[in-house]
Design a protein around this ligand. Structure first.
Ligand code: SAM
Length: 183
């Protein structure tokens, strides 16, 4: 048995929760790695909504997922999700922070991240999941971690199971996962 790293664990969660024909959301599509993974798992069924506020991210994601025709790309903030999605959502993934190899001044922000989580939760299926990969290794990420964790800790336990996956003996504020499963 080998400990799963953070991104492999996120994929394990996707594998566990995704269902054929589902509506799923990549809330921060960036270079499109998660959008591609979701599309591969859905095998042409269902719908994937991919959000990013950077045109370059949308372009990269479109290029990476050109083989699929069940993806809707939204050049808009994930906090505006309800303008585009109204069907029940099975799964959503957020990779917070800045785009690797991109503009490091463009980062996800706690207030809009929480708005997006709340709005997606409002249309999340029972036993659906929101996966958050949180990166506290940069200054804004540290703040976002505090605010988002505080928000999640206050969440009513009757409404959701929320858990955290992290390596507690790693140095330099490694990334970790929080996931919200709707009850
Ligand atoms: N999952 C991506 C991948 O596979 O390459 C990496 C995502 S990167 C860590 C974070 C992304 O969030 C950036 O591309 C950034 O532009 C985007 N972002 C920042 N604020 C956003 C918002 N309000 N709504 C949607 N995307 C946002």
């Amino acid at each position: 048995m080998k400990a799963l790293g953070i991104l492999p664990f996120a994929r394990k969660l996707i594998d566990t929760y995704i269902e054929q024909g589902a509506t799923v959301i990549d809330a921060t599509c960036g270079n499109g790695n998660d959008t591609l993974y979701l599309a591969q798992q859905l095998q042409g069924t269902g719908v994937i909504h991919a959000f990013d506020i950077q045109q370059s991210a949308i372009n990269n994601t479109k290029d990476k997922t050109a083989a699929f025709n069940n993806i809707e790309y939204h050049l808009d903030g994930h906090q505006n999700v309800l303008d585009y999605v109204d069907s029940p959502v099975r799964l959503s993934i957020f990779n917070l922070g800045y785009l690797p190899k991109g503009d490091k001044s463009i980062v996800t922000l706690p207030q809009t991240t929480i708005q997006a989580i709340e709005r997606i939760f409002s249309i999340l299926e029972k036993e659906g999941i929101i996966i958050l990969v949180i990166y506290p290794g940069h200054a804004e990420g540290q703040i976002e971690k505090e605010v988002v964790l505080n928000y999640l800790q206050q969440f009513n336990q009757e409404d959701a199971h929320i858990f955290k996956y992290e390596f507690i003996n790693q140095k330099n504020n490694p990334p970790f996962i929080c996931a919200i499963e709707k009850r």
